[in-house]
Design a protein around this ligand. Structure first.
Ligand SMILES: C[N+](C)(C)CCCC[C@H](N)C(=O)O
Ligand SMILES: O=C(O)CCC(=O)C(=O)O
Ligand SMILES: [Fe+2]
Length: 368
């Protein structure tokens, strides 16, 4: 590899193989000294103090020898950087992750969404396959699992500890009004994401149908990123409105009052890619944060998003079977269910986003 070095007053430029040129400010370079005095490789924490580094810090000597950049600073401190690793710090303006948008037509053709429990529990490749599917499609399944709450918990805990909420840790949903929420009845539920009323919604929702007798109760999934993308292509103003304006959500019962105000669509602050869809028409609170002169625009945009959510082409209906544990990315994929009669026992749990993404990173998956 060939490197060319250009020195300026506040920064250097390095030309890689006469192709791309990267710019590094001296203050950034000094801040990123990874010598044992400046950085603790055991804790991965910074030991130097940025407050003691002058913003106009200068080197007294800069040179490249083979694959390394050597800098001696004015105070005689020395830093070595590996040029290939400096190259990797290039700003991640675009997402590196493979995201496949889906609707009813392509979703049933995906081959890499099901992992048999034997493979899942064999070694870390199993959970890695599941997380890969979650990152790519927003859902994944572990099959051939014993239809019990305990076995479901074991499947969940290969990824992360179960997230405790006011619904408990592992929960089971049937028609018994165990909590004051429509989920615990037998009526139909339109596609929604859970926990819009939390400052951070659950990251993953896990469903395992333990038993069912009677009719109906099929599960509905909708790719919220696909819905948002369709909206953006059809009406950019509607899309931008839902990204910009926050709306209120709530969950109220005896002893609990959860509330949160955030936009329906959230974009990643760096990549500007879709980060989260928050859509639950049931759990909306009184709309007071949208200025009156924007109210009509809000309803137009919200209905436009909602109509796309219930466009039959975007609806994937599936009949969950005992033995199949479904993982859903609650930041991306909406879920719902058909009304049912008779007995139906659905168990599951939440996993926090912080935890499942951490697990994915440790397995070397691209998150951004
Ligand atoms: C999954 N579990 C049954 C525990 C919760 C039920 C959902 C509660 C609420 N309506 C929401 O959408 O967040
Ligand atoms: O009963 C179902 O299939 C799902 C209910 C629901 O939306 C939930 O538990 O979050
Ligand atoms: Fe739900």
């Amino acid at each position: 590899m060939g490197f060319q070095l250009y020195e300026y007053r506040e920064f250097i430029e390095i030309q890689y193989n006469s192709e791309k040129t990267l710019k590094f400010y001296y203050i950034w370079l000094r801040d990123h000294c990874r010598c044992s005095q400046c950085y603790n490789t055991k804790t991965h924490q910074i030991s130097s103090n940025i407050l003691n580094i002058p913003i106009n810090i200068k080197p007294s000597k800069v040179e490249i020898i083979e694959d390394n950049l050597y800098i001696t600073w004015e105070d005689k401190h020395q830093t070595t950087y590996s040029l290939p690793s400096l190259e990797k710090t290039d700003f991640p303006l675009i997402s590196k992750r493979e995201i496949v948008l889906w609707n009813k037509n392509n979703v049933s053709h995906f081959q890499d969404v099901k992992i048999p429990s034997k493979i899942y529990f064999e070694n870390e490749d199993g959970p890695k396959k599941l997380l890969h599917s979650l990152l790519k499609y927003g859902f994944g399944l572990v099959t051939d699992v014993e239809p019990t709450l305990e076995a479901t918990q074991m499947v969940a805990e290969k990824i992360a500890p179960v997230q405790k909420t006011y619904f408990g840790e592992m929960w089971s949903v049937s028609n018994d009004y165990q909590f004051s929420d429509t989920a615990y009845t037998n009526v139909a539920l339109g596609a929604h994401t859970d926990n819009t009323y939390f400052t951070e919604a659950a990251g993953l929702q896990i469903f395992h149908m333990l038993s069912r007798e009677g009719t109906g109760g099929e599960t509905l999934l909708v790719d919220g990123f696909n819905v948002a993308t369709n909206l953006k292509n059809r009406d950019k103003d509607d899309f931008e409105f839902l990204c910009k304006y926050s709306i209120e959500s709530q969950y109220i019962e005896e002893g609990n009052h959860f509330s949160n105000i955030e936009p329906v669509i959230k974009l990643h602050t760096i990549t500007k890619q879709l980060l989260q869809v928050r859509y639950n028409r049931y759990d909306r609170a009184m709309l007071q944060c949208i200025p009156q002169e924007k109210i009509l625009q809000f309803y137009k945009a919200y209905k436009s998003f909602g109509n796309e959510v219930c466009n039959p082409i975007n609806e994937w209906w599936l009949k969950l079977q005992p033995g199949s544990v479904l993982f859903i990315d609650n930041f991306r994929v909406l879920h719902g269910r058909a009304a049912y009669t008779g007995q139906r026992n659905l168990c599951g749990c939440y996993l926090s986003r912080v935890e499942w993404l951490s697990k994915a990173r440790t397995l070397g998956l691209n998150i951004l």
